[in-house]
Write a protein that binds this ligand. Structure first.
Ligand code: EPU
Length: 303
């Protein structure tokens, strides 16, 4: 049998053994918020968290490289797609488990939904994350921040799968939180997070959430096909502000355009390719460097 056929049978079988939905040749554009990207050979949509460790071990044992896909909201997939198997966490239904001020939540869970559920229980501290379209795992890994709050302030522990070590726990002090990053290894997969909040009145929390939603609607291109902010902010200044000050809003490359609302967003305006978005990113970096001698650094993940 040809190697590719053998591999196909193996992946299908592994998927079934670990109760995943298996997709062959999925178009990754359909799984990213910017709506761009080529295919993967397979996608395994995990349906139960308890299968995760076995699945990761099995793939490693078969020498089948894999990538983890959360909600695909800070991700640009190249037009050629990827050669690795993609494991999607989007079908994991696990509801957050609240206990007192703490909540334990699976990594594929939408962070904004968690904010609303915490509010309903009168738990405050994570309101800043309302409107962040990503998953809890993605938010932890990138130490998502907005409106003065960040994940570092609320995460007390993560459970992760670490190749060679298995399922382990890391306390906040071992996660290496920094601005829009952590020291978690590239191969380590966040399975769940424990978040510690403070009691408050649901009414007060709801008021804050509504206010932050209004700010986001006013300042950011909500509802458009984007990957969120493209660049990290250079120390002490907003990358969006720099891009705006140089008159680069509206700058386009094919179907990709710099948002007129916020300079740090690129919109897939009409059928943009990854090539066009990446070319626009390079163009912005070049112009900002030439004018201001500031090197912008991407925070979006590029596959
Ligand atoms: N500004 C401009 N023009 C622009 C954008 C911003 O002049 O096109 C000015 C604003 O008027 C404001 C300042 O720059 O005075 C800061 O703007 P903003 O409050 O929008 O914050 P930011 O630093 O540009 C960061 C995060 C956002 C987060 C907001 C809200 C980064 C890279 N971005 O943006 O995160 O939502 O703060 O707190 O740190 C994301 O990661 O996807 C994201 C949107």
């Amino acid at each position: 049998m040809k190697r590719s056929l053998l591999k196909q049978k193996t992946v299908m079988q592994i998927g079934r053994d670990y109760h995943c939905e298996v997709l062959s040749q999925p178009l990754l554009a359909d799984y990213t918020s910017i709506g761009i990207g080529g295919k993967a050979p397979f996608m395994l949509l995990l349906k139960e968290m308890k299968s995760m460790e076995g699945l990761l071990n099995q793939l490693a044992g078969e020498n089948l490289p894999r990538r983890i896909l959360g909600r695909g909201t800070k991700l640009i997939v190249r037009d050629e797609g990827v050669k690795d198997i993609v494991i999607s966490l989007s079908k994991l239904p696990t509801a957050p488990r609240f206990s007192g001020n703490r909540v334990s939540v699976a990594s594929g869970y939408p962070i904004s939904r968690l904010v609303r559920e915490a509010a309903a229980k009168g738990l405050s501290g994570i309101e800043f994350a309302i409107g962040i379209p990503g998953s809890v795992g993605g938010a932890v890994r990138l130490n998502a921040s907005s409106f003065g709050g960040c994940m570092e302030e609320v995460v007390s522990e993560v459970t992760l799968f670490s190749p060679g070590k298995g399922v382990i726990k890391r306390k906040k002090s071992e996660i290496g939180f920094a601005y829009r990053s952590t020291s978690l290894g590239k191969d380590e997969v966040i399975l769940s997070a424990t978040i510690t909040l403070k009691p408050s009145s649901s009414w007060k929390i709801q008021k804050e959430i509504s206010y932050l939603q209004k700010l986001r609607r006013e300042r950011q291109p909500i509802g458009q096909k984007t990957a969120g902010c493209i660049f990290k902010n250079p120390p002490g200044i907003s990358a969006g502000h720099l891009i705006d000050a140089l008159g680069l809003k509206g700058l386009a490359f094919g179907g990709a355009v710099v948002s007129k609302k916020h300079g740090n967003f690129i919109i897939n305006r009409h059928s943009s390719t990854a090539k066009e978005v990446l070319a626009l990113i390079e163009l912005i970096k070049e112009k900002v460097y030439k004018a201001l001698r500031v090197e912008l650094e991407e925070e979006v993940i590029i596959w």
